[in-house]
Design a protein around this ligand. Structure first.
Ligand code: SF4
Ligand code: SF4
Length: 369
């Protein structure tokens, strides 16, 4: 148990569905995808969003899977708008046409984040495994701008598209995006399964950083560029979710409330369901939220490190995946005794000749490689 009362959350990532038109091999959804019949209904989500507003939550990210596959999405957006909660749609854009965007804008949607699997059409098709996906995304981006909504282009980066970073910047400018998020993929879930086919070599990462830094300086005031560095080559880890159960959390399509995307990979954690337990009780008292909140749970080197309230020891799920101990220092940290091993893993994967993906779909993770 933590000795201090938690502050209030400011954001929720609502994974409305695991259904998706694409099959990205780095998808952050769990390997065991939920079918449509496990999804919460409209009234359940609206109740959760009402409670979120009561709790003072400022923003809800509507994600998936592909959230626009939910026919009730405009109703959910409207429920947030009524309570003055900022709504951000995170979409792959396939199937998002002008009328869809107009309906969402009329319901009160505030912002759209649209992901591109590649800056080139062939890359998008290879990674997302859908012919014609790129052109449909371009059309969706134009519809977003025509509806007057602000647009962020998301570019998840890995070995197969790291040489397209300059093109991603051009694409974001062409589309009139306000923001571009260049995010190196995080290796858990599907990305961990496909790590050997996705890990970039260190030289490509260094070149990418140079390109991003130069573009940030040149495009100041024109395009904001966020950059998420690749963990395995980093010196220090990121504060995952801004710190475990510190200011944001996520809810899966069936209502499971978790501190982060991959928390279900930590075997001893038991999660509450937001359709059955009040949100405030989950936030304040869920044992899974309490488990790694704050700093009291830390072991050395985190416990005595002066960065412990900056990165909160990094990612618990990565510690589980790489160290077999969710309370260990994230092995992505250069102070972790396992960091050298992580670098070896990264370099081995980057040099591997694995080219085939295990694409994200129900049952695929259990099939032989
Ligand atoms: S990462 Fe790809 S497969 Fe996963 S939800 Fe997004 S578009 Fe769909
Ligand atoms: S030792 Fe822990 S707190 Fe310190 S930088 Fe590494 S992960 Fe962060």
């Amino acid at each position: 148990m933590n000795e201090t009362e938690p502050g209030l959350p400011i954001g929720i990532l609502a994974e409305l569905t695991h259904r998706c038109t694409l099959q990205c091999a780095y998808c952050s959804n769990p390997l065991e995808l939920l079918k449509a019949d496990r999804e919460l209904g409209t009234a359940e989500w609206i109740s959760i969003f009402e409670q979120a507003a009561d709790l003072g939550i400022l923003q809800v990210h509507l994600s998936g899977g592909e959230p626009t596959l939910r026919r009730d999405l405009p109703d959910l957006v409207a429920a947030l708008a009524r309570r003055g909660v900022y709504s951000n749609l995170i979409t792959a854009g396939v199937g998002v046409d002008g009328p869809t965007v107009e309906r969402l804008a009329a319901a009160g949607l505030d912002h759209v984040q649209l992901s591109f699997q590649g800056a080139r059409s062939e890359t998008t098709e290879l990674i997302g495994r859908l012919r014609g996906a790129h052109e449909r995304k371009l059309a969706a981006a134009r519809a977003v701008r025509e509806a007057g909504l602000p647009l962020t282009v998301n570019a998840p980066i890995h070995r197969r598209n790291i040489d397209e970073v300059e093109l991603f910047i051009e694409l974001a400018l062409d589309l009139g995006a306000e923001r571009l998020e260049i995010a190196n993929v995080q290796y858990y879930g599907w990305a961990l399964l496909n790590r050997a086919a996705l890990m970039p070599p260190r030289e490509a990462v260094e070149r990418q950083i140079e390109i991003v830094e130069a573009a940030r300086a040149a495009l100041r005031g024109v395009l904001a560029i966020d950059f998420v560095a690749p963990d395995y080559y980093a010196r220090y880890p990121k504060a995952c979710m801004g710190g475990w159960a510190r200011d944001a959390f996520m809810i899966t399509p069936d209502g499971t409330a978790m501190p982060c995307h991959a928390a279900s990979t930590i075997p001893h954690l038991v999660f509450d369901n937001a359709a059955r337990t009040p949100l405030e009780a989950i936030w304040r008292r869920s044992p899974a939220f309490e488990a790694y909140r704050g700093t009291a749970w830390m072991k050395d080197p985190c416990r005595s490190c002066d960065r412990r309230e900056i990165d909160f020891g990094g990612c618990r799920c990565q510690a589980m995946a790489l160290a077999g101990d969710p309370a260990a220092t994230d092995p992505a940290c250069s102070l972790s005794p396992l960091h050298g091993r992580v670098l070896q893993l990264a370099e081995g994967d980057a040099a591997s000749e694995v080219e085939t993906f295990r694409y994200r779909r129900i049952g695929a993770a259990a099939e032989p490689a």
